[in-house]
Ligand binder design. Structure first.
Ligand code: RAT
Ligand code: ZN
Length: 423
C-alpha cells in the first residue's frame, strides 16, 4: 500500500495552486469547433478583438453609428476596438484584460502595444498549430462544442462523417430553435425531409423525436442543450412544455443523455448590437425544480445567468441528484462573480458540481478564461483545506488532485455515466 503523506502547512496553498493550474480540464460548454469545421472555428487576433463581449464594451466609448461599425471589415473593427479599449483607456475589464493574458501567454511582448507585430506573430501559425499550442498552454484536454444541425455549414461536416474526427472535441446538440422558434424549426425540419407541421400532432412529435435521435447518434452528442429566456416557466400550457415532455425528455431517456438548460437570457435588448445585444434576466428556479422532480431518472445540467438565481439554484442541487449545476455563465464569468459563486457552491455542495465552463467563441480565449478561473478555484479550495487542517484533518496531495480532477474534469463525465471511459 502506498502511504500518502499530508501536505505540510507551509506547502498547502502552493500545492493547491500548482495542481489547480496543472489539472487537465474538460471544457463542457464552448462555441469552439474542431479544425475539421473550417471557417466555423474562430481564432486569431482579429476574432479575439471583435469578441462580442468586447464589442459591447467598446460602444460605451464611441458615438459611431452601429450600422457603420458593422459595415467595416473585421480587421477595421478590430483596429477600432483596440484603440478604444486598449489605447485610449486601460484594459481592466475581464474580457479586455483577458486579451492581454492571451498575448502574454502566447509569448508576445505586451509592453510594446504594437498591434501590427501581434498580427504578424499570429499570421505565422496554422490553425492546427494554434489549436495544439493553446490546448497545451491552457491545459485543456477535452472540448465540448455547440452543434446545430440547422446550420448548413456545420451540417455538411457532420454529413461528410468528419465531425468526430478529432478525438479532443465532443458534440452537444443545440435545440434552441425547436424550443424557442417553432415556426422556423418546422421549416428547417421539413427542409431536411421530416414530416412535421406547426400543429402538435402525434406525427409531428414522432418525426421530431426521429430527427433528434438521428442527430444525437450521428454526432455522438453528449447532451441536448438550450438557452432559455428568463421568463421560462415549466410546466405551462405552451409549446416549450409540450416539446420537453413529448419529445426532448423521451429522446434523452432513450439515448441516455442529459438535458442542459441555460436559463436567463433576454435576447436582443439592443438589436443594433446584434450578438452583443443580449441581456441577463432573473428566472424562476421552480421550473428546474419541477423538471427534476417529475423526471427523477433524467439528468439535467443547469446554469443560470442572473446572479440573483445562483444561491437558490445551488440549494436546489442539494435536493436533486439528477441536477448538476455548471459554470459561471457569460456576465457571471468575471472574477468577482466566479469567486462568490465558487465559494458558496463549495460550501453548499462540496466538490460535487462543475465550477466552470469557458463559453469561448475564439480559440485562444481558452488561455485566459481558464487561467483566471483556476486561480480563483484554487484560492477558495485552499482556504477550505486550511480550515480542515486547523481541526487536525490533513489532506494529501493525492486528495487535492482528486478533488480538482472531480471539479475540472470527472464530475462531468461521471454525470454522463461515461467516466469509466476516462483514463
Ligand atoms: O456567452 C456567449 O458567448 C453567449 O453569446 C451565448 O452564446 C451563450 O453562451 C449561449 O450559449 O447561448
Ligand atoms: Zn454559450
Amino acid at each position: 500500500m502506498t502511504v500518502q503523506t499530508a501536505v505540510s502547512k507551509s506547502d498547502l496553498r502552493q500545492t493547491v495552486e500548482r495542481l489547480a493550474m496543472e489539472t487537465r480540464v474538460t471544457d463542457m460548454h464552448t462555441h469552439l469547433y474542431a479544425p475539421e469545421f473550417g471557417e466555423l472555428l474562430l481564432w486569431g487576433i482579429d476574432e479575439l478583438l471583435t469578441y462580442h463581449y468586447l464589442i459591447s464594451e467598446s460602444f460605451r466609448w464611441s458615438d459611431e453609428e452601429y450600422e457603420h461599425f458593422w459595415s467595416l471589415s473585421k480587421r477595421e473593427q478590430a483596429d477600432l476596438i483596440w484603440k478604444l479599449l486598449f489605447i485610449d483607456h486601460s484594459p481592466v475589464s475581464e474580457a479586455a484584460s483577458g486579451f492581454i493574458t492571451i498575448l502574454q501567454r502566447l509569448g508576445l511582448d505586451v509592453s510594446s502595444r504594437n498591434l501590427d507585430d501581434y498580427r504578424e506573430a499570429f499570421a505565422k501559425r496554422s490553425v492546427e498549430e494554434q489549436v495544439d499550442a493553446v490546448m497545451q498552454i491552457a491545459g485543456i484536454e477535452k472540448i465540448v462544442m455547440t452543434n446545430d444541425p440547422f446550420d448548413a455549414v456545420e451540417r455538411k461536416v457532420w454529413l461528410s462523417g468528419s465531425g468526430n474526427a478529432d478525438s479532443r472535441f465532443y458534440a452537444a446538440l443545440r435545440v434552441d430553435t425547436l424550443l424557442n422558434d417553432w415556426p422556423l424549426a418546422v421549416k428547417e425540419l421539413q427542409g431536411l425531409g421530416y414530416d412535421v407541421s406547426e400543429e402538435w400532432s402525434g406525427k409531428t412529435q414522432q418525426e421530431t423525436r426521429r430527427f433528434l435521435t438521428e442527430w444525437i447518434t450521428r454526432m455522438d452528442a453528449l447532451y441536448l442543450a438550450v438557452s432559455m429566456p428568463g421568463d421560462f416557466t415549466y410546466p405551462a400550457e405552451d409549446h416549450r412544455s409540450r416539446m420537453i415532455d413529448d419529445v426532448m425528455v423521451p429522446v434523452c431517456r432513450e439515448t441516455n443523455i442529459p438535458f442542459a438548460l441555460m436559463i436567463g437570457v433576454r435576447r436582443k435588448v439592443n438589436p443594433s448590437l446584434r450578438l452583443a445585444g443580449d441581456m441577463s434576466m432573473r428566472s424562476d428556479v421552480s421550473a428546474v425544480e419541477e423538471l427534476c422532480r417529475r423526471y427523477p431518472e433524467q439528468k439535467f445540467l443547469i446554469t443560470m445567468l442572473a446572479r440573483e438565481n445562483q444561491h437558490e439554484l445551488t440549494v436546489l442541487a442539494r435536493k436533486f441528484r439528477n441536477l448538476m449545476i455548471f459554470g459561471c455563465w457569460w456576465f457571471l464569468h468575471i472574477e468577482s462573480m466566479v469567486e462568490e459563486m465558487t465559494r458558496f457552491r463549495i460550501e453548499l455542495l462540496g466538490t460535487s458540481m462543475i465550477p466552470q465552463h469557458s463559453d469561448c467563441r475564439v480559440f485562444e480565449q481558452l488561455v485566459y478564461k481558464w487561467e483566471h478561473s483556476r486561480k480563483i478555484i484554487a484560492n477558495v479550495l485552499a482556504e477550505k483545506y486550511e480550515r480542515l487542517r486547523q481541526s487536525g484533518w490533513n489532506v494529501t496531495e493525492e486528495e487535492i488532485q482528486r478533488d480538482l480532477d472531480d471539479m475540472l474534469n470527472r464530475n462531468f463525465w461521471r454525470f454522463l455515466g461515461r467516466d469509466k471511459q476516462l483514463r
